[in-house]
Every structure is written in C-alpha cells, then in structure tokens.
Write a protein that binds this ligand. Structure first.
Ligand SMILES: NC(=O)C1=CN([C@@H]2O[C@H](COP(=O)(O)OP(=O)(O)OC[C@H]3O[C@@H](n4cnc5c(N)ncnc54)[C@H](OP(=O)(O)O)[C@@H]3O)[C@@H](O)[C@H]2O)C=CC1
Ligand SMILES: O=C(CO)COP(=O)(O)O
Length: 339
C-alpha cells in the first residue's frame, strides 16, 4: 500500500514507523507541516523533538509542504492518516475534502468549544460531516502509547468507520506481527471513548498525585467508564463499544500508565503546578485539557450527569482546588450503581 501519514508528532511518527516496518512492504511517507521539522528528521533519521531514540526504518519517506501538496500526495495514496492534534483536524479535512482515497484521523478529543459558547465542539466525524461530507473516512483509536508502538511492542487498535473500505485499509496497513487491528462500525462510540478517557486520565493523575490510594483510583476508573458510556449512548453510540479497546481499554491505559500526557497533567496539578506550567512542561498535546469543557457542555445539553468530568473542568478553570474537587465528588448524594 501507499500510505501518507500527516503529522510528525509522537503518534504520527510511531504509526509511520510501524507501517513502514510491516511485512507487506508498504511505501510510507511521514509528512510534517513544517519544512524545518522535515529537514531535522531527514538529517537525524529520527524524530528527536517528538519521539527521541527511535531510528527510522530505511524505507520511511519524509516530506513537508502546504495544503495543496498534502492533497496531491493524498490523491496518490491508498490511505491517508491524519495524526495532528484535534485542533488541526477541521483545517486538514477541509483541505482534503476532494480526496478520493480513504482517510483516517488518529486524534482523540472533541474540538474545543468556541469562546462564545453558542457552538459546542464536535467529534472528528461530526467535523468531517460539516467540512468534507464526501470523504470516505473514519478513525483509528485504542490503547496505544506511541513509544511502545514504535518499539514494536504488542498493541491492539480499533478501526472505526461506517465505510468498510476505510476499516479494511486500516487493517491492511497496520495489522501485523505486533499490531492487531479490530474493525468497528460504531464511530460515535469509538470517538467518545477516545475523547473522554483523556479527561478521566487527568482525574486519576490528580488522585494518584494526591496519594488518595488505589481504591480511589479504581473507583474513578469505574465511575468514569459509567459516565463515558452515558454520554456516548446519549450521542447515539452502542453501550458495548465502551467495554472494548477504545473505551475500557484506553481508559485503563491512560488512567494508569505514566507515559500518558493527560495523566501527567493531573499529577503535576496535584504537585501544585499551575495548568500553564503543567501544559508547558509536556512538550506535547494533552487533549483532555482542551476538550474537558466541551465534554461537560455536551453532556449538560443532553441531560447527562458527568460528575468526574465536571470536577476536572472546575479544577482546570481554577474554580476548585484539587482537595475541593475531591470533596465535591465524595459529598454527592448516595445513588444506585446502575444509575
Ligand atoms: N502519543 C500517543 O501515544 C497517542 C496520541 N494520540 C492522539 O494523536 C493526536 C496527536 O498526538 P501526538 O502525535 O502525540 O501529539 P504531539 O504533541 O506529539 O505532536 C503533534 C504534532 O502535530 C503537528 N501538527 C500540528 N498542527 C498540524 C497541522 N495542521 N498539520 C500537520 N501537523 C500538525 C505538530 O507539528 P508542530 O510541532 O510543527 O506544530 C506536531 O508534530 C492527539 O489527538 C492524541 O490524542 C492517539 C493515540 C496515541
Ligand atoms: O491516547 C493515548 C494512548 O492510547 C495517549 O494518551 P496521552 O495523550 O494521555 O498520552
């Protein structure tokens, strides 16, 4: 297959390396939007900025350019993978709206809400329906730290799309000795899981940073899964999707794994850092910071209760201290577990 991966951050670089090393011998190009980034990677044959200490396979091609260049390369590919942060997805999809090749994005989040609060941020497939409705598109998600995928460690992903052509292209591109790709047609459920787990990972990072204990972390993960599922079902997802890789799987990984940037934000806030300090020190995107408010706004609009996500928003906004956010959760009225 001819594959272009747009976005040379940690995750784009890892999936490009993984596809380039696939036994079927795919021709893979990693495309950076900055020429300087392409040149630095070309010189080092690695991505020192975003995924240090991982050498590129000799066959991995590198490129950079503008939107027209990306569209031309996409038109000539069998699969287009968009590995930029959520904030860039709208622009990328708009630029690719006439592309005929299957397109899959890897970002996990809702768009941040617009400041006027009149329009709520959207999931990837909702943005695509607005700006590029004719694309054959979907999402690749699931529990997957970039460093482990780049190192060829065993990983399971989920390819979600209403189009079999997209699901099949993702399976052909990535399914191999170290990566299993499962197909799913519930793109709403897969995208909600990927977005909400980032918000919940901030909560468990905070919990662990405050040394609240393993009981508390297990409670946050379990009740977090319940609120993620409530939102997803209200948005049209199937409940069982949340028991799969993009739901429970990615929640467990991100909420407990110290490679998670979102979890690290919670840990740093617990240490007394400001949000700006925590975000600056990452050097990578932490999508939960940008989409927590959207998650809560969309839940409120649907009448869905999401107390943990509400607590994260209050913490990020600075309206509650870490200790007050914990107290607010503990002081809630008793309720039935299935509710
Ligand atoms: N890292 C991981 O383990 C995983 C990440 N993801 C998701 O993938 C997405 C990307 O994450 P990750 O790669 O880790 O983020 P990073 O912060 O490591 O890198 C983001 C990259 O996106 C580039 N970028 C920004 N805007 C554009 C654009 N318009 N076009 C092309 N490239 C652009 C940045 O380039 P520059 O710096 O030059 O602006 C940078 O190289 C996120 O939504 C994340 O949630 C999903 C699964 C695993
Ligand atoms: O999505 C991820 C793992 O599946 C990466 O999580 P973080 O963005 O929190 O590092």
């Amino acid at each position: 297959m001819k594959i272009i991966v747009c976005g040379a951050g940690a995750w784009g670089t890892a999936v490009a390396i993984s596809a380039a090393a696939h036994p079927d011998g795919h021709a893979v190009t990693l495309w950076a939007h900055s020429r300087a980034q392409e040149q630095a990677m070309q010189a080092a044959r690695s991505n020192a900025r975003y995924l240090p200490d991982v050498a590129f396979p000799p066959s991995l091609g590198l490129a950079s350019g503008d939107a027209a260049d990306l569209l031309a390369r996409a038109q000539a590919s069998d699969l287009v993978v968009l590995a930029a942060p959520m904030a860039a997805l709208r622009g990328l999809l708009h630029g690719l709206r006439d592309c005929r090749a299957p397109v899959a994005w890897l970002c996990k989040g809702f768009e941040a809400s617009s400041q006027d609060s009149q329009s709520f941020g959207l999931l990837g497939h909702e943005i695509q329906a607005q700006v590029a409705p004719d694309l054959i598109a979907g999402v690749l998600s699931g529990p997957s730290f970039a460093q482990e995928v780049a190192a060829g460690r065993p990983t399971a992903l989920v390819a979600a799309s209403e189009y079999a052509a997209v699901r099949d292209a993702l399976v052909r591109a990535f399914h191999g000795p170290s990566v299993r790709v499962y197909a799913n047609d519930d793109i709403v459920g897969v995208e909600v899981g990927g977005a909400v787990k980032n918000v919940l990972a901030i909560a468990t990072g905070l919990c662990d940073g405050l040394a609240l204990g393993l009981n508390a972390r297990a409670a946050l993960i379990t009740r977090g899964l319940a609120e993620m599922t409530r939102l997803g079902v209200a948005l049209g997802a199937r409940a069982e999707t949340f028991m799969g890789l993009s739901g429970l799987g990615d929640l467990v990984l991100t909420a407990t794994g110290d490679l998670s940037r979102n979890r690290r934000v919670g840990l740093l806030l617990a240490q007394g850092q400001t949000l700006a300090q925590a975000v600056d020190s990452l050097g990578h995107v932490a999508e939960g910071v940008y989409c927590a408010r959207t998650v809560v706004q969309r839940a409120r609009a649907l009448g869905v209760e999401m107390p943990i996500s509400e607590g994260v928003v209050a913490l990020l906004d600075g309206t509650l201290s870490p200790a007050e956010a914990v107290a607010a959760l503990m002081e809630r009225e008793p309720t039935a577990e299935g509710g």
